[in-house]
Every structure is written in structure tokens, then in C-alpha cells.
Design a protein around this ligand. Structure first.
Ligand SMILES: [Zn+2]
Ligand SMILES: [Zn+2]
Ligand SMILES: [Zn+2]
Length: 130
């Protein structure tokens, strides 16, 4: 006997709490599978729609994986940081960005280039996979 609000809220809560436990990027299909395995009754299109909403709200970060598929992770895009992504297990560490100030300074000096912004990802191995 769900109210209409349940349809909106529940998938969002399920997805948010799943993502909160997973420090790695997951595709919508992977998220859908895990929710189903956990007993949640939710369609793949609802998962896509919910992820879009979470991303629009700024709660979720999205990136394309090596095959070009969209993947999602809980993140704070508002807080400037970078992702170090493990090639073994996919674990993502948030990395802050202090070193960029030096780099921006040398861009300005060497190339006369004034940096307005940047985007970077780091690839390697996490502690467990080294
Ligand atoms: Zn992040
Ligand atoms: Zn790893
Ligand atoms: Zn940065």
C-alpha cells in the first residue's frame, strides 16, 4: 500500500545507501543488479532516472568508463577534488588539489597562460591491490 511519494523516495534512498557503501564507480546496470539481489523491486529505467536526479542535485558524480558506459559514484562535485581510481578493484580515493597551485604558477610564468579551471583523474593501484 505505497503512497505516491514512496515511488519517488524509495529508489532514491536505496540507490543513495548502496552508493554510500561503494567507494567506486558503478554502472546503472550494476546498481540495478545489486538492488534486485538485495530484494528491491525497481526497474532499470527508474535507476537511470533516479541517478539523473541525484546527479542534477550534485550528490552523484558521473564518468564514462573505458567502454564509454556511464558510471556513477556518490561524490561532492561542489567541493573541488580529484579522483584516484584503482585499476585493480576500482576503488576511488578523493585527492585534494594543493599541488595545482604551483603548476598554475608555472603555466603563467612559462606560457603566459592564466588557468581558469582543470579536470584530472589519477590512475594506479590502491593499497589492497599493490
Ligand atoms: Zn569525489
Ligand atoms: Zn584496488
Ligand atoms: Zn584540482
Amino acid at each position: 500500500m505505497g503512497t505516491r511519494a514512496d515511488y519517488v523516495t524509495r529508489p532514491r534512498e536505496w540507490i543513495a545507501s548502496l552508493l554510500a557503501r561503494e567507494p567506486r564507480f558503478l554502472s546503472a546496470a550494476e546498481i540495478h543488479q545489486r538492488l534486485k539481489r538485495g530484494g528491491a523491486r525497481v526497474s532499470l529505467s527508474t535507476v537511470y532516472r533516479t541517478l539523473d536526479r541525484l546527479r542534477a542535485k550534485g550528490d552523484v558524480s558521473a564518468r564514462s568508463d573505458a567502454e564509454g558506459e556511464a558510471t556513477y559514484m556518490l561524490c561532492e562535485p561542489e567541493r573541488h577534488h580529484h579522483h584516484a581510481i584503482c585499476g585493480g578493484c576500482g576503488r576511488v580515493e578523493d585527492v585534494d588539489c594543493a599541488a595545482m597551485e604551483q603548476f598554475a604558477e608555472s603555466l603563467r610564468k612559462l606560457h603566459g597562460f592564466e588557468l581558469d579551471g582543470h579536470a584530472m583523474e589519477f590512475f594506479g593501484r590502491c593499497r589492497a591491490c599493490r
